[in-house]
Design a protein around this ligand. Structure first.
Ligand code: HEC
Length: 210
């Protein structure tokens, strides 16, 4: 009466005779990703920003919408330290000390994967921000940081794409910017509105006007 007869995934009363290791809850198959978690990763240690730089690819295009969204997020989450212009002179940054200028020589070559990793895990004196912004937001902020490095206007996109594409060396270049080389995240992404939502507009499914 008190103990359920069927196997319950979150309760374990006795040894499960069917599943491996005798547990009710099965572990996900290796190399599978839960819905909505496609952009999350755990395989890069937090102090290995170099690996992130070489292997993480930004799945989002440098469009005006993405950059403007990145700007809003940056202003909320980063600007108080890093400054509106990315020069490290935000009101908190001045007191906090050691906040770099994104345009300084050693920061100029950071690619999107590098910035993404720093947002997620932090670096040295900068604390992690992964719990505040989700992966999609991190990529958008990364793109906007590039705008700041170039001291550009988001409206000036062709110049931005050209300039950032040329600032990195080696094969990363084309991989980072060329969408043909990138993972089809957008198609598989959970939590995104359907292309063909049910009844939303003024036309019913049968074509009649509502
Ligand atoms: C509390 C202040 C603070 C906030 C908020 C903050 N940062 Fe930082 N950030 C720092 C400091 C300090 C450093 C220098 C870290 C060091 O090397 O000691 C830094 C360094 C960086 C670097 C350079 C990392 C490297 O490889 O050397 C990047 C990129 C960066 N921050 C991006 C961001 C972004 C994007 C956000 C918003 C999501 C953000 N930061 C929010 C303080 C902050």
């Amino acid at each position: 009466m008190y103990d359920p007869i069927p196997y319950e995934p979150l309760k374990q009363y006795s040894f499960n005779q069917v599943n491996a290791f005798g547990i009710n809850q099965r572990t996900p198959p290796i190399a599978t990703i839960p819905r909505g978690k496609l952009d999350y990763y755990t395989h890069i240690p937090k102090d290995s920003v170099g690996i992130a730089e070489r292997t993480l690819r930004n799945p989002y295009p440098y469009t005006k919408e993405n950059l403007l969204e990145g700007q809003v997020l940056y202003t909320r989450v980063c600007a108080h330290c890093h400054g509106e212009n990315g020069n490290g002179q935000g009101p908190v940054g001045i007191k906090f000390k050691g906040v770099p200028n994104y345009s300084a020589a050693q920061y100029k070559t950071m690619n999107d994967g590098h910035i993404y990793h720093v947002i997620q895990w932090g670096r040295n004196r900068m604390m992690p921000h992964g719990s505040i912004v989700n992966p999609e937001e991190r990529w958008k902020i990364s793109m906007y940081v590039h705008v700041l490095q170039l001291n550009n206007d988001p409206a000036d996109l062709p110049k931005l794409v050209k300039a950032t594409g040329g600032s990195q060396t080696g094969p990363i270049d084309s991989n980072v910017r060329d969408r043909a080389n990138q993972y089809p995240v957008e198609e598989a992404q959970a939590g995104k509105g359907s292309e063909t939502p049910g009844q939303g507009g003024t036309v019913g499914r049968n074509g009649s006007s509502i």
